[in-house]
Design a protein. Structure first.
Lengths: 500, 178
């Protein structure tokens, strides 16, 4: 059945990203308006708005209210639902409820979501299909005492992970036995809060691995391909900050080995739609299966840039029941792509969230640059959602070229009104080992000493501006010109109209 | 008739950075300044889209004012913020004197590093705490963050309770330095 309309159960940049492809395919898009951000940009981009902002539901956030979303889709006779990432994207009940109500869920089957979402089942499947795994608990762990018992067998350090988790939440590394009780409580609390399920399991913690993931596309007819890997090792507390494709760590042989393993994982649950298989890669190039993400990923654009394949379009075609139009041999990785996540965070204060209003945002535009964003001039950064403002994706013929273009693009990426991670991006680009491609997940904590970059003159220029502005205002108030020469003003320019 | 300011005290302004770096500028301010032995022009500009920038040695530096309160400034240049207080030679002297006086106080406030919600308080009033010890769990942007104590001492007072929402820089706990 050809899809004619999509309800996007998401917001921000990913809603706009899905709308863009829907529009190209002639599909009508619906989005949900919430009282958290009633003026958000994604609302204007969609063809139709479903208004949830009238009713305030404190117990269940709008994008998690599956019955309300489904009943609204039915009322408007919307064919299909795309969940984006986060929210209901990996909730098997939501996929099942869509199927029951005759709405096409643009994603995998509820059964595949369930089995890959349950880390214990996923690991058993990996084991049964000859995919390498790390040692750890057989299932979820009851209490700190049991955790200590297992950790002694596996050997410290270990990592506690939310059984229903993902995205770094509910994860804690435990180095010593005496830290177990505290870390166990933190991990279970966070898991309960984030995933409604406090279960955690134990895994051997690999020190300083790389995080490599493979993009999978599979149709409903048993065809599965991989679209190469993404290098996601630059992370802070398991939150990715930039991703690239391909990875500087892989050669053709290793890519084939890991890609084949990823395909075996997908086949083990009769997977269809887009999905991602995550691996850890140690310094001896041994890889172990971590988990499969059964959704579109934030970092999907780097894969699109090197393969030329629109992943959202493929998800829609697969959901319609079409066969993949290409086989593994047709997939070519062309050049290099890097995605820089630009978050509203204060990198000078430990990446703490920086709320406020994006007064202005602009970036350089050319054929090698793609920017996916959900904000524009005047957009408000709310505390209700994550801190990502934009993704800057840069392509080059090779890694060096992609890095050069990234430096230029970051320099010309201007945001006024909030602190962002742009200064962090500059620091990464200055780092020798990053440029060489020799880095792993310890990059931020060990390699990158200073998490932001500035040149010596910049501090002086800031000091000059502060002094100038103070002097000008002082003179204005006192109707004197003690500090700034009258008629010889540096510019007629009044920056601080907006400031009180 | 306006009195002429005393030349010695008003002839310069000082930007004192949060890391205690001193930047001195002669007044009245001019667009050409002496910097590391050379005379260089500073140009302030605004582009058609309303972005402000400085031109310095033929390079553009993106400029934004994040905070401004009397003589306190946080200015962002190319995405990195710098905090200053702008002082006259007299006010700087006074400030330095007051800071010395203040040093005898041994109470240290543990402030919220980010806005969030207090999930748990791990210490009680009167408890001994060591530097690096977790004292509060603060939830912000969907993450539970351990707030570590940055001094050793005794908990003098706990200013928050479980479930409280805090803003950045709110005092959560006072520690009597050991």
């Amino acid at each position: 059945m050809k899809i004619k309309s999509i309800l996007i159960a998401n917001r921000g940049e990913i809603a706009i990203r899905i709308i863009r492809t829907a529009r190209e395919m002639g599909i009508k898009s619906y989005v949900i308006k919430t009282n958290k951000e009633p003026n958000a940009w994604y609302l204007e981009e969609a063809d139709e708005i479903i208004d949830f902002s009238e009713t305030i539901n404190d117990t269940l956030p709008d994008f998690l209210d599956m019955e309300k979303i489904i009943s609204n889709a039915k009322k408007r006779k919307v064919d299909s639902i795309h969940p984006g990432y986060g929210f209901l994207a990996e909730n098997p009940d939501f996929a099942r409820r869509c199927e029951e109500e005759g709405i096409i869920f643009i994603g995998p089957s509820h059964d595949a979501i369930y089995r890959m979402g349950n880390k214990t089942i996923a690991k058993e499947l990996a084991k049964a299909h000859d995919v390498p795994l790390l040692g750890g608990s057989a299932g979820s762990v009851r209490d700190p005492e049991e955790a200590i018992e297992i950790a002694r067998k596996v050997g410290f350090p270990i990592i506690l992970k939310a059984a229903a988790g993902g995205g770094g939440r509910g994860m804690r590394v435990v180095e010593k036995e005496k830290d177990m009780e505290r870390m166990f409580t933190l991990a279970t609390n966070e898991a309960a809060k984030a995933f409604n399920n406090p279960d955690v399991f134990i895994e051997k913690f690999v020190r300083e691995p790389r995080h490599i993931e493979f993009q999978i596309l599979a149709d409903k007819h048993g065809n599965v391909v991989h679209l190469g890997e993404r290098e996601c090792s630059v992370q802070r507390k398991h939150q990715k900050l930039l991703e690239e494709s391909p990875s500087p760590a892989l050669d053709k042989a290793l890519r084939k080995k890991m890609g084949d393993a990823a395909i075996r994982i997908a086949k083990s649950v009769n997977y269809y739609s887009a999905g991602t298989v995550e691996f850890l890669l140690d310094d001896k190039n041994h890889f172990s299966f971590m988990e499969m993400n059964t959704r579109i990923q934030v970092e999907h654009p780097v894969t699109e840039m090197v393969t030329g394949i629109d992943l959202i379009e493929q998800m829609i075609l697969i959901a319609q029941g079409e066969k993949l139009a290409f086989a593994q041999k047709d997939i070519k990785l062309n050049g290099w792509a890097i995605e820089w996540r630009i978050n509203a965070e204060d990198v000078q204060s430990g990446f703490s969230p920086s709320l406020g209003t994006i007064e202005k945002i602009s970036w350089p535009q050319d054929d090698h640059i793609r920017v996916d964003t959900g904000v524009r001039d005047g957009s408000v950064i709310t505390p209700y959602y994550d801190s990502m403002i934009a993704k800057l994706i840069v392509h080059g013929e090779d890694r060096e070229k992609a890095l050069q273009r990234s430096s230029l693009a970051i320099r010309k990426f201007w945001i006024k009104g909030t602190k962002t991670t742009l200064a962090f991006c500059r620091a990464v680009l200055q780092n020798k080992n990053f440029r060489k491609g020799t880095f792993n997940t310890s990059f931020l904590s060990k390699e990158l000493k200073l998490h932001y970059h500035h040149e010596p003159d910049e501090a002086m220029l800031a000091a000059f501006f502060a002094t100038y502005d103070y002097a000008r205002e002082f003179d204005e108030n006192e109707e004197k010109s003690l500090h700034v020469k009258k008629g010889k003003e540096i510019s007629p320019w009044v920056l601080n109209k907006r400031l009180s | 008739m306006a009195r002429e300011p005393k030349k010695k005290t008003q002839s310069k302004l000082i930007a004192l950075s949060s890391t205690n770096k001193v930047y001195e500028f002669k007044t009245p301010l001019e667009k050409r300044i002496n910097y590391k032995g050379e005379k260089v022009d500073i140009k302030l500009r605004e582009d058609p889209n309303g972005f402000s920038y400085i031109v310095w040695k033929n390079k553009k530096y993106m400029l934004d004012v994040i905070e401004k309160n009397q003589n306190k400034y946080t200015v962002m240049i190319n995405g990195v913020w710098h905090s200053f207080s702008v002082e006259t030679p007299v006010s700087l002297k006074r400030r330095r004197f007051l800071e010395q006086q203040g040093d005898t106080s041994s109470s240290v406030a543990i402030e919220a590093p980010m806005p969030g919600k207090i999930i748990d308080i791990l210490v009680e009033e009167g408890a001994d705490v060591k530097e690096g010890e977790p004292i509060i769990i603060l939830e912000a942007m969907k993450m539970q963050n351990e707030i570590l104590c940055h001094v050793s001492g005794i908990v003098k007072s706990v200013e928050v309770k479980k479930g409280d929402s805090v803003m950045k820089d709110d005092v959560m706990i006072d520690i009597q330095r050991a």
